[in-house]
Unconditional design. Structure first.
Length: 295
């Protein structure tokens, strides 16, 4: 039983699941949600936080299910091809996670439930077909994260209408990471990595521009600078030597440090304690990332 539990946790990518929670915290902060201990401040965080984690976990479980045959050749050590968990068990677990994520979102609100359904459709399409599409694949993956941010925003319907455009920033960011990740197994050319560099610059500049517009860029600046440093340190190494391990480290760093981007969004709400709570999830995610695969 312990082997089965460990194997299913591997399928869920628990380090990444933590980053999904911070997407929702960021989205809630963007629309002006006040975090606290009162019922109307506490339960939306619980419902939407657990919902996004279930949706993310279910999505990556199905990613490995659809990749089962390829992983037998390229990554035989993974949970499914190694036989530590059966495909039927993985399918059942993935369905339960996605269904529970959607249920909790609808419990919060109809809009949240609709966003959760969209996330599920986008994730399953990416797992089955999208990741094999040269152009739409990275966009598809980016849309999953973009709607994760919107799931947090959905706590206030008017907030979604006012701040909808901000989902473009995580979309571009995750599209860049997905573009880089295509060379994770067999290596890559430098051209896609340079293009990803350009996209990362757009992301950081855009986030700071939003901070300037809100008159709160100084709160955001430390988070953005540290995030940019961590990303470009790994990416520059991969550009110089675009082999699989270097690219894998870039992807892992890009996924986990998404928490820094989300902490920056929370800081703009001037709820500084929540910004640092969000930031505190980064070392936790990195620690879990040492025990379980990120990509």
């Amino acid at each position: 039983m312990r082997i089965k539990i460990r194997a299913f946790l591997e399928l869920m990518r628990p380090a990444n699941v933590i980053t999904a929670l911070t997407d929702v915290l960021a989205g809630m902060a963007i629309v002006g949600f006040s975090f606290g201990t009162l019922d109307y401040q506490f339960w939306p965080v619980v419902f939407l936080g657990i919902s996004t984690m279930c949706l993310y976990a279910g999505g990556v479980v199905f990613n490995d299910i659809f990749d089962h045959e390829l992983d037998i050749i390229e990554r035989p050590e993974r949970a499914l091809p190694s036989g530590r968990i059966q495909r039927a068990e993985a399918v059942f677990g993935g369905i339960v996670l996605l269904a529970f994520g959607i249920f909790l979102a609808f419990w919060q609100s109809r809009l949240s439930g609709i966003v959760a359904v969209i996330i599920t459709i986008l994730a399953l399409f990416y797992d089955y077909k999208g990741k094999h599409m040269r152009i739409f694949g990275p966009i598809n993956m980016g849309l999953c994260r973009a709607y994760n941010l919107m799931l947090g925003m959905s706590v206030y319907e008017l907030g979604v209408l006012e701040h909808f455009y901000l989902i473009l920033i995580p979309l571009i960011y995750i599209a860049a990471i997905t573009l880089v990740s295509r060379g994770e197994v067999h290596g890559s050319q430098s051209a896609p990595l340079w293009f990803a560099t350009f996209l990362f610059i757009i992301v950081h500049a855009s986030q700071l521009a939003v901070g300037v517009q809100a008159g709160k860029w100084l709160y955001m600046l430390p988070f953005v600078l540290v995030h940019a440093y961590l990303i470009f340190a790994k990416l520059s190494k991969a550009i110089k030597n675009p082999i699989g391990p270097n690219i894998g480290q870039t992807v892992k760093t890009g996924v986990l440090t998404l928490i820094l981007m989300n902490a920056a969004w929370v800081s703009v709400s001037e709820q500084y304690y929540m910004a640092f709570v969000t930031l505190a999830l980064l070392p936790l995610s990195m620690w879990v990332g040492k025990k379980f695969a990120v990509s």
